[in-house]
Design a protein around this ligand. Structure first.
Ligand SMILES: Cc1cc2nc3c(=O)[nH]c(=O)nc-3n(C[C@H](O)[C@H](O)[C@H](O)COP(=O)(O)O)c2cc1C
Length: 358
């Protein structure tokens, strides 16, 4: 099943593998995609669908060093070289829109940017900067309603630019403790206005962003990634988690979205997402469903044949194996990923892993 074609909404895909979104920090010049990035993605075009690394819709969302943006003409031009290279090889590619919110340091941001989050204060912990090394996260200013509507507009405008750059759609990053999840999670979102204070309020920003992006490019081009039970970036467990995500899922259903992408980072040491909530979300969401986190060929085939998902995403295996699909099909061994080069600039550990034929 994993290697069978599938149609999801507007997109005909050659197989059911998804390359999971992965930050690789190679956009060394003005957060703009370049020829090396085009080569990297083109090498992986035999995935049924590529989801790009997290890409910021706003100068304010460029929290990590050298991550790409999608808010100006240079970004559109750079990304066009990536989408052309992937499409020439018969692949499909969507842009992951990631606004880092409070998960940031000012040294990583352009001069005109500001650290914004649902609430004031700094994310606990530290992050890497190119100029100052490891630093405590920078404190955020709490977003007022004007900031919130500007952020919603930035997502919608950026999605429009993604289509202009040739993407087949976008994925909203509402997982892993970035801006959208900062609104979803009550351990972060202590607001008492309409954007906090209970399940409906905490879901409001995610839904406003989703509806605005759907309005800009059409719901059949919009996927969303969620990580209930996630703890990354100082989010953490909370009592109403099932009720919150089921309400969110119900509200997302009916919009006609491209897909819902659910991740479980227990393979990376995070608390597991109970099977029960995964299945409830799968059943209640009215569109294509992707599972991610710790899959290999056998567990992916099992998830598909047991109807727990329509597609399965692979992250680290795609870093180290540009020909992952061919290798899994052939039952060949996989290269192991080199963690030391996950985020370093240049071709090493990026485009130079051996393929079966090289
Ligand atoms: C180097 C690296 C960068 C990542 N960057 C992102 C990202 O930008 N956006 C995102 O949603 N997830 C990101 N992830 C999480 C992956 O998409 C995926 O969920 C995770 O690696 C688990 O899947 P795996 O076990 O197949 O690797 C990243 C993971 C890795 C290893």
């Amino acid at each position: 099943m994993l290697f069978d074609p599938i149609r999801i909404r507007s997109l005909q895909l050659s197989n059911r593998t998804v390359m999971a979104p992965m930050t690789r920090s190679r956009a060394v010049d003005a957060n703009t995609p370049n020829a090396l990035m085009a080569e990297y993605y083109a090498q992986r075009a035999s995935a049924g669908l590529i989801v790009t690394e997290g890409t910021s819709p706003s100068p304010n969302g460029l929290g990590y060093p050298r991550i790409p943006g999608m808010y100006d003409a240079e970004h559109v031009h750079g990304w066009r070289s990536v989408t052309d290279a992937v499409h020439e090889k018969g692949g499909a590619i969507v842009l992951q829109l990631m606004h880092t919110g409070r998960v940031t340091h000012v040294a990583n941001l352009p001069a005109n940017a500001e650290v914004l989050a649902p609430v004031a204060g700094a994310c606990p912990g530290e992050m890497y900067t190119d100029t100052l090394g490891l630093q405590p996260f920078s404190p955020a200013r709490a977003m007022d309603e004007g900031d919130i509507s500007r952020a919603v507009e930035e997502f919608a405008r950026s999605a429009g630019l993604a289509i202009e750059a040739g993407f087949d759609g976008v994925e909203l990053h509402a997982a892993n403790g970035y801006l959208i999840e900062q609104f979803l999670n009550p351990n972060v979102n202590a607001r008492t206005d309409a954007y906090g204070d209970g399940i409906e309020g905490r879901n409001r920003f995610a839904l406003e962003v989703t509806r605005a992006v759907c309005g800009a490019i059409g719901a059949d081009k919009v996927g969303i990634r969620l990580s209930p039970y996630g703890v990354f970036n100082a989010t953490g467990a909370f009592e109403e988690v099932d009720a919150q995500y089921l309400a969110l899922c119900d509200a997302l259903s009916g919009l006609g979205l491209l897909y819902l992408h659910l991740l479980d980072h227990s393979a990376m040491g995070a608390p597991p997402v109970p099977e029960e909530i995964k299945m409830q979300l799968r059943r209640r969401f009215d569109g294509p469903f992707i599972l991610a986190g710790g899959f290999d060929r056998a567990s992916a085939e099992a998830a598909l044949s047991e109807d727990r998902a329509d597609l399965v995403a692979f992250g680290r295996p795609f870093i180290a194996n540009s020909d992952l699909v061919e290798r899994m099909r052939a039952g060949a061994e996989l290269n192991a990923p080199d963690m030391d080069t996950f985020y370093t600039p240049g071709a090493k550990g990026y485009t130079d892993y051996p393929t079966l034929t090289s």
